[in-house]
Design a protein around this ligand. Structure first.
Ligand code: PEP
Length: 247
């Protein structure tokens, strides 16, 4: 009853011909019945990849919530939607930590995305020092309260959530099955408490953090894990597609 989704975050990787080749391989080998796929390439490739008219939707890794103006180097959400992108990452820990994006700023980004019919893939996750003191559930639910807690039920229905423990991103260290399931169940319970049983039950919650072709099937077997947000392993078409067939 919930969508199964595997999304690739290409981060700041690949040259133009590599990005095109990766997209074409993923798109041509993709069986749409396994799950939904999404890719998030660097912004300079988004229009060309959308222009391939493939089955795999292309989203943006970042945008600015303002409509236009003096924000050198930024891309507005209207520009994103005019280019045909329908998905955007919001709240990735690299944006939070390297670019100082606060929960308040992320809330504005989520509002802007929804106002332009872009689905925000909202990322949350705790750093290691918070998990060490057993503060992970409170930390993550606070991130959610401050970024999506204000949404209406119909707005939340258009969001995808990704739980990405910061200590697992790009480290080769994956959350255990118990750690992933505990947090996904807690996020789902929080969604049910705030938005109602139905929307909490149907919102996709993806796991991210060193998910790869070897560990995806056990992670995806967790009852509250609906797929993955994949960094490193999404840069290779064969491993990304193997992850997509791990349900
Ligand atoms: C990510 O960047 O969202 C991510 C999960 O990266 P990796 O799979 O490389 O840990």
């Amino acid at each position: 009853m919930r969508k199964k989704i595997v999304a690739g975050n290409w981060k700041m990787n690949l040259l133009p011909e590599e990005a095109l080749e990766l997209y074409r391989k993923i798109d041509s080998d993709y069986f749409a019945d396994a799950c939904e796929l999404l890719v998030f390439p660097p912004a300079v490739y988004v229009m060309e990849l959308i222009g391939q008219h493939g089955k795999v939707p292309v989203g943006v890794q970042n945008f600015h919530p303002e409509e236009s103006g003096a924000f050198t180097g930024e891309i507005s959400v209207s520009q994103v939607s005019s280019c045909g992108a329908k998905y955007a990452l919001v709240g990735h820990s690299e944006r939070r930590m390297i670019f100082n994006e606060s929960n308040d700023f992320l809330k504005k980004k989520i509002n802007a995305a929804l106002a332009h019919d872009i689905v925000p893939l909202v990322c949350c996750g705790e750093p290691m020092e918070i998990r060490d003191v057993e503060g992970h559930v409170a930390f993550v639910t606070n991130q959610l309260a401050e970024t999506i807690g204000h949404l209406t039920v119909s707005e939340l229905e258009r969001c995808i959530i990704a739980y990405e423990p910061v200590w697992a991103i790009g480290t080769g260290r994956t959350a255990s099955i118990d750690q992933a399931q505990e947090m996904h169940a807690s996020i789902r319970q929080w969604l049910k408490n705030h938005f109602g049983e139905h929307v909490g039950a149907v919102t996709p919650i993806l796991y991210g953090g060193s998910c790869n072709a070897s560990n995806a099937s056990e992670l995806f077997a967790c009852p509250d894990v609906d797929g993955g947000l994949i960094g490193g392993a999404s840069l290779d078409a064969a491993s990304f597609l193997k992850i997509a067939r791990s349900f």
